[in-house]
Design a protein around this ligand. Structure first.
Ligand code: ZN
Length: 158
């Protein structure tokens, strides 16, 4: 049964409330995470507690246990002059900017004359997340993984 400090592997599909697929990982490309370390959204982590290998589950995660509500303070109009002159500003373009002492990723959502509309919310903010998961593996975390608070596998080592 899955408990804190287990490394959990799972395959999943993720849809929004309209049934649009937002992401998926099949059994061969299962996602690994350190359980109890806040590596994944809280609502999903809570639902996985005590599951075992082979268990399948539908999990509905509201925004408050997912990526939060849309913060209107992060919907900004920025003057074109704040961007480099030669930059071709396109819809969907992302850039990071420091805000309140931490880096925040902003996405360009519109250009209106000299005004660029940017959104610093997580792309899934405000969304209810519909996960369908299957637990494909459980192992103990290594000491190093526990001290880093995340899983080391494949290319991820630091
Ligand atoms: Zn690490």
């Amino acid at each position: 049964m899955i408990k804190k400090n287990d490394v959990v592997s799972l395959s999943y599909s993720l849809k929004n409330s309209d049934g649009i697929e937002l992401g998926k990982a099949g059994a061969e490309e299962a996602m690994n995470y350190l359980h109890g370390a806040g590596n994944i959204v809280r609502g999903l982590e809570e639902a996985i507690e005590n599951l075992k290998v082979g268990d399948k589950k539908d999990v509905i995660v509201p925004p408050e246990k997912g990526y939060g509500d849309v913060d209107p303070k992060l919907l900004l109009k920025v003057d074109r002059s704040n961007f480099p002159k030669d930059m071709d500003i396109k819809l969907g373009m992302q850039f990071s900017s420091e805000m309140g002492g931490k880096d925040n990723v902003f996405t360009v959502e519109g250009v209106d004359g000299d005004q660029v509309n940017v959104n610093g919310n997580h792309p899934l903010a405000g969304q209810t997340l519909h996960f369908n998961i299957e637990i494909t593996g459980i192992r103990d975390a290594t000491e190093e993984e526990l001290s880093h608070g995340h899983v080391h596998d494949g290319s991820h080592h630091h």
